[in-house]
Design a binder for this molecule. Structure first.
Ligand code: AMP
Length: 401
């Protein structure tokens, strides 16, 4: 069974074609600048590539380009679209409605559209992606939607409520939803698979550290609390996002500079975090290089990032009555041995001991334990694979049809 995994953004469309027989990626690619001009970059598993600038006025045009890349030319991966059994879509916001992945029908599409209120940039783009996919493939090809929020649906109200008057939750559904759930779910499942550890009674802290970043407390294999909130802005500082702020900062800036809501949102989402503090870049590699060259604000940004991550891990140790294992994933979590060393250094007092050699080795896709055998808390690096998780959910649902 071959499954196409799609992640549609407002001006981009990422895709992977996965053969579920062996869970191998056959081809992957990216359509960019949809609605502006248009560019596709496509690569097969054996290294053949295709890239072209083609006008992509909308997502339907982008899907046509994906179709062309997959079935024709030098870098084709399959003979015809009929080889694709199903499509799995990544959806950011599933609200309180979707606690698991579901088959797409008109009602599901309308509900994703309705939830766009809570994630306007993402959900509307996802719906455009689904509709364009249906135009291209026809409705007879089953489509499944997999939500970033659904892993977090098990949080208790003590974790998901904000201390606003309760009617704001009732009227507007303002609450913590959490994001990156597909990644947290993947590394959690993979942890149990490779360690054979019992799910019941387990206490994991999963750290998805990428350009966007979140940490989740996982109790008995289920999400108990997570750092992202109503939107992916909550939590700790990220590439360009603030993480949690004192809300009075917002009203104070409003009084000082009279910004529009959009300007405020851009300030917190696009100009802050590692970029805002370092003034160098939002990319951790650039910041680490600048810090190594002596840049004081780059050093400060890195120190703040590591400190804030350690504080979240500490909170979740309290939430879980301790922790068995801390898992690092995401571009930074999988590659920055320096960040892992500094963060884990905060937990020597509870008996966490990192193996420095193993830690240095566990980069670029390597998976395994980086703590010493006598460490009170195990620390692991597990590369995430959200696309595979989406493909697995899609397969499971489609096989039952
Ligand atoms: P992601 O959003 O998961 O793709 O992660 C992107 C982040 O991972 C960027 O900030 C990168 O700088 C960071 N990253 C990737 N490789 C490394 C590395 N070798 N060392 C430090 N950070 C890295």
């Amino acid at each position: 069974m071959k499954i196409l995994v799609v992640n549609a953004g407002s001006s981009s469309l990422k895709y992977q074609l996965i053969d579920m027989n062996g869970e191998k990626v056959l081809a992957k690619g990216l359509c960019e600048r949809i609605g502006i001009d248009g560019k596709i970059s496509h690569k097969t598993a054996d290294g053949r590539t295709y890239a072209e600038q083609i006008p992509m006025p909308d997502h339907t045009a982008a899907f046509k380009c994906v179709e062309k890349a997959l079935i024709s030319g030098e870098a084709k991966a399959i003979d015809s679209l009929a080889d694709i059994s199903a499509v799995g879509h990544r959806i950011v916001q599933g609200g309180a409605t979707f606690s698991k992945s579901v088959l797409v029908d008109e009602q599901v599409i309308s509900e994703i559209e309705r939830l766009a209120d809570l994630a306007p940039l993402h959900n509307l783009a996802h719906v455009q992606g689904i509709r364009a996919c249906r135009e291209c493939f026809g409705t007879e090809v089953p489509e499944v939607v997999v939500f970033d929020t659904s892993f977090h649906a098990t949080m208790p109200p003590t974790s998901y409520l904000y201390a606003l008057p309760y009617e704001y939750y009732e009227k507007y559904k303002i609450r913590r939803y959490g994001f990156h759930g597909t990644s947290h779910r993947y590394v959690t499942g993979h942890y149990f698979k490779i360690t054979g550890a019992p799910v019941e009674g387990s206490r994991l802290i999963t750290c998805h550290l990428g350009n966007g970043a979140s940490i989740t407390a996982v109790k008995d294999g289920k999400c108990y609390d997570t750092s992202m909130g109503l939107t992916p802005l909550d939590g700790f500082m990220m590439g360009t996002r603030t993480g949690t702020l004192d809300p009075s900062i917002i009203t104070y800036i409003m009084e000082k500079e009279n910004p529009t809501a959009k300007e405020l949102s851009d300030l917190c989402n696009k100009k802050s975090g590692m970029l805002g503090i370092s003034g160098v870049s939002s990319d951790n590699r650039d910041i680490e290089a600048a810090a190594a060259a002596g840049n004081a604000r780059a050093k400060l940004a890195l120190a703040m990032q590591r400190y804030q991550i350690a504080k979240f891990i500490g909170q979740y140790m309290a939430a879980l009555d301790g922790a068995d294992t801390i898992i690092f994933t995401g571009g930074i979590g999988e590659n920055s041995d320096n960040l892992r060393r500094v963060v884990c250094g905060h937990f020597g007092y509870v008996g966490l001991k990192l193996d420095d050699e193993l830690n240095k080795k566990m980069i670029r896709g390597a998976e395994g334990v980086i703590s010493t055998p006598d460490s009170a808390i195990k620390v692991m690096v597990i590369p995430t694979n959200e696309e595979l998780m989406i493909a697995r959910d899609t397969k499971e649902i489609v096989e039952k049809l």
